[in-house]
Design a protein around this ligand. Sequence first.
Ligand SMILES: CCCCCCCC/C=C\CCCCCCCC(=O)SCCNC(=O)CCNC(=O)[C@H](O)C(C)(C)COP(=O)(O)OP(=O)(O)OC[C@H]1O[C@@H](n2cnc3c(N)ncnc32)[C@H](O)[C@@H]1OP(=O)(O)O
Length: 154
Amino acid sequence: MHYDRCFGCGELDGGLHMRSTMGEHALVHSRFTVTEAHQGAPGLAHGGLLACAFDEAIGSTVGNVLRRPSVTGKLETDFVRPVPVGSTLFITAKVDGVAGRKLYASAEGRLDTEDGPVAVRARALFVEVALEHFTTHGAPDALTKLKRAEQINP
Ligand SMILES: CCCCCCCC/C=C\CCCCCCCC(=O)SCCNC(=O)CCNC(=O)[C@H](O)C(C)(C)COP(=O)(O)OP(=O)(O)OC[C@H]1O[C@@H](n2cnc3c(N)ncnc32)[C@H](O)[C@@H]1OP(=O)(O)O
């Protein structure tokens, strides 16, 4: 978790409550369980929420592997199988490359087990920013709030 009010990984009611762990070979593993609150069509996950889960999983990967503050510049998703309510996506993400401030990463999400069928793939460009990005455009005390989460999850 990088911030307790984050929609993706924080403790908010209605948030995605995702957690990520670093695995071998700099792969980062995240899980997202689809609930009734995440539906688009009856009984199926909403694609935009799945994209959100991948934004979180890839952002956490870029942040934790590279340790450079960055924001999503571009996020592309392929939805290759329906994701039913009650299923869990096992997401594995990795950094693909760095070109100056441009940080490229990708992920795939498998249904219900780590070796289940791939349901979603995503690629993202994160852009490195100065820490002032968060204090100027967000909350003036953004760094204190982020630092507090770092202390809880060093
Ligand atoms: C010490 C700290 C360590 C940290 C450790 C932390 C651990 C855990 C961490 C973290 C977990 C995080 C989990 C969060 C996950 C969710 C993340 C989000 O949802 S972020 C919110 C949504 N995104 C925005 O709000 C961005 C809004 N956009 C902007 O602010 C700007 O447009 C920005 C910064 C992206 C770029 O603006 P410019 O003015 O700074 O830079 P320019 O020159 O425009 O772009 C730089 C390069 O990137 C390319 N670029 C930028 N956007 C692009 C795009 N959409 N497509 C293609 N290329 C793009 C440009 O063409 C340029 O490339 P060329 O250098 O010329 O080669």
